[in-house]
Design a binder for this molecule. Structure first.
Ligand code: COA
Length: 701
């Protein structure tokens, strides 16, 4: 882990390019450092001045009499490299390079950035930026940036790849009442990136929540590792903008076509426990929720409302999000039956009716919070002539205080009539929104994080699958030697079989007699398919014959296929004909893999067959996460295929354990062999007992 102490708690700071002129960035930085209350030594560096903002000014970093922990660079781009070298020679530990004009302006800037990075490496200096706003720590305190608004002390570490967004957010936070432990403008991430700062913030005692605005992630594998560990300690909320440059490659496979360009980020974030926000509003709503609320024990939500409509809207939203409406304990219902008006809805959502005053809200809220079947609560209020928003808000705070383990959120649906009450909730750390949806989004975010912690906590042994790597290596060796990228079906089946995936027997034959022998060996009925990596649509050239029941039919089919293929494609090299055992029909599934440049292989699972692209019933996970039953189970359960497998409309359930096993084995195969660029196993037939992979396509690089 990089030691970033000198960014956040430096003993001394030099401002290289400090200026006396108000209105210059380099003057603003000097003023910000001083006004933030920074207690360490501050050394302005400028060859033209002897004093800046009342502090002795030095002509160069080398001329500073003491050691320097951090140098903030605010000289023009053309002077940065020389100034950085001087810092290196002086023994400066960290550089914060504010200057723009590097990678972001093109080739020339990129060259300059490269030189700057090389100097950092040469002198073992860590660098933030270039092209950044600076760095702040409210607990040190230090504000080494040119922000107009200083951050208020708080528990959020905010890392932003956009300086402008950071500046806007800091100003907005002052009105929103959000406080920060540290704020980092990541800039071009030439040396240090969000990964280093996430790692640091996870270990920072003043940080409770890590908030990131990111435009890209450069080292996917390291990000997964570091963020996954960090998220075990603290929630990480990320707004990732921009269409992924590193999205799934354009692909010819079904799986590749099904994976959207941003899917890898979604999957990666989920795998390492990151809560993904899709808008700026969500980012900060979630930040408030995670800072103020406890993590709920589960996904069961109770709603207390004084009006029916909003209760229904909120209920729909709870269910759409995949949360559950809590089913109250019998004791709670009995009490409600006795103590609430008979017109009140005592089931969830609890409707305390439009004439509810503080006492009724208070009673109902405390009861649902007491209920063991409730994990979090949403209070809805509409302003009627008799509603008591201020008093009721105070009672909500009391109820929350009496139940500190359960998150309480509110949506006060109105305007000025409810403003004071809403203010009381906000001041007391109960997130209060105007409408229910953001509150439910926050409850969902908290719950997702809880699920991540549960997965991490689960002591379930990771399976050690028995696999035969040698056979796969040998097959790939032969295929590469023949300068092919696509495996024949029989080769792909042999690869899958080596990894313990049950496959329908398939044999490559080169004469009709061999085909008969193979069919006799595996038993009838069989299918005959032309074997050529060049023929993608075999049926179109008469290259497939199904339902063959006897040796005579095999002979005949063999000759017919050869004749037909030669007629359609006289120049194509044919390796022979593959004889495959026809399997009884099962539930058709697809298990596939496509590759993301950043995060590696992504495995897909869903409904298979010829309609996969139409049905689009697939869920994805990074292959590296699929060695845990729970993760595979969660992946399966996101699809309609899962409903079929469980036994739909009276059908017998399919062998779920065997399906889970195949997914794990497929994931292991593509992880062990990075040369596999695409894989489709479609269909996989799932039976009451066992599974069988029928058609396997593997492409290697
Ligand atoms: N060592 C120390 N001081 C030096 C120096 C050196 N080698 N070379 C020049 N200086 C001094 C200058 O004399 C000047 O001081 P002065 O005001 O007393 O004359 C000061 O450093 C600044 O240099 P100047 O040439 O006036 O530059 P500037 O202030 O106009 O611009 C930057 C400098 C870094 C602000 C500008 O180049 C820049 O990058 N702006 C964009 C910043 C940005 O947007 N960052 C990203 C945000 S997301």
């Amino acid at each position: 882990m990089a030691d970033l102490t000198s960014f956040f708690r430096p003993n001394s700071v030099a401002v290289v390019g400090a200026s006396k002129t108000p209105g210059k960035i380099s003057n603003a930085i000097m003023r910000n450092i001083i006004s933030s209350g920074y207690q360490g030594a501050i050394y302005p560096v400028n060859p033209r001045e002897s004093e800046i903002e009342g502090l002795a000014c030095y002509p160069s970093v080398g001329a500073i009499p003491d050691s320097v922990d951090m140098a903030v660079m605010v000289v023009p781009a053309s002077k940065v490299v020389a100034a950085a070298r001087e810092c290196g020679e002086k023994g400066v530990k960290t550089l914060t390079v504010i200057t723009a004009g590097f990678k972001e302006i093109g080739k020339e800037g990129l060259e300059l950035e490269k030189k700057l990075t090389e100097i950092c490496e040469e002198f073992n200096m860590r660098m933030l930026g270039p092209n950044c706003v600076g760095v702040m720590d409210t607990h040190t305190p230090i504000n080494a940036s040119f922000t107009a608004a200083a951050p208020v002390k708080g528990e959020i570490a905010f890392l932003s790849q956009s300086g402008a967004i950071l500046l806007a957010i800091l100003d907005w936070s002052a009105t929103a009442g959000l406080g920060y432990s540290k704020v980092v403008s990541l800039g071009n991430k030439a040396n240090l990136s969000e990964i280093d700062f996430i790692e640091e913030a996870a270990n920072d005692p003043y940080t409770k929540v890590i908030l990131c605005y990111l435009e890209d992630i450069v080292d996917g594998a390291r990000f997964l590792k570091v963020a996954g560990e960090a998220a075990k300690k603290k929630p990480i909320i990320v707004l990732k903008s921009g269409v992924s440059q590193a999205g799934a490659q354009a692909a010819s496979s079904h799986t590749g076509a099904l994976a959207g360009s941003d899917l890898a980020y979604d999957t990666a974030f989920e795998q390492c426990g990151i809560i993904r926000a899709t808008t700026m509003t969500e980012l900060f709503d979630l930040a408030i929720a995670f800072t103020k609320s406890p993590i709920p024990a589960g996904d069961r939500v109770a709603i207390v409302t004084n009006s029916g409509g909003p209760g229904i809207i909120a209920t729909d939203n709870v269910e759409d999000m995949g949360l559950k409406m809590a089913r109250f304990d019998k004791g709670t219902l009995d009490e409600f039956r006795t103590n609430l008006p008979k017109e009140a809805n005592i089931y969830n959502p609890v409707d305390v009716l439009g004439d509810a005053r503080t006492d009724r809200y208070q009673y109902a809220l405390n009861k649902v919070l007491d209920d063991p079947n409730v994990d979090s609560v949403l209070v809805l209020m509409c302003p009627t002539a008799v509603t008591e928003p201020v008093e009721t808000s105070r009672s909500i705070v009391e109820a929350r205080d009496a139940h500190p383990d359960k998150p309480v959120f509110a949506a006060y649906m109105g305007g000025p009539l409810l403003a004071e009450g809403a203010g009381i909730l906000a001041e007391n750390g109960i997130p209060c929104f105007t409408f229910p949806e953001p509150a439910i989004l926050c409850i969902n975010g908290l719950n997702k994080y809880k699920r991540y912690l549960d997965t991490v906590d689960s002591k379930q042994a990771r399976d050690q699958l028995e696999v035969d790597q040698k056979t796969v290596k040998a097959i790939f060796y032969d295929v590469t030697r023949e300068r092919r990228l696509n495996l024949l079906s029989s080769e792909a089946s042999a690869v899958a079989e080596a990894y313990g995936i049950p496959v329908a027997p398939i044999v490559l034959t080169t004469t009709a007699d061999e085909a008969v022998a193979a069919a006799n060996e595996m038993g009838y009925p069989v299918v005959l398919k032309v074997a050529s990596p060049k023929i993608l649509h075999k049926s179109d050239v008469g290259g497939v014959k199904v339902g063959i029941n006897s040796p005579e039919e095999v002979q005949k089919a063999y000759l017919m296929i050869m004749e037909s293929v030669h007629r359609y494609l006289p120049k194509v090299v044919v390796h022979g004909i593959e004889v495959q055992k026809m399997m009884p029909k099962g539930t058709e599934l697809i298990i596939g893999m496509t590759k993301d440049v950043q995060f590696g292989p992504l495995v897909a699972f869903g409904l298979g067959g010829i309609h996969v692209n139409l049905l689009k019933d697939v869920s994805f996970r990074l292959a590296s996460s699929l060695n845990d039953e729970k993760v595979v189970g969660a992946m399966l359960s996101e699809t309609k295929a899962y409903t079929l497998l469980k036994g739909y409309r009276g059908e017998a359930p399919r062998d779920m354990a065997a399906v889970v096993d195949v997914v794990k084995r497929a994931a292991r195969l593509v992880t062990d062999f990075p040369e596999i660029t695409e894989m489709d196993i479609n269909p996989v037939f799932a039976y009451e007992n066992g599974v069988s992979a029928l058609d396997i396509k593997i492409t290697i690089s």
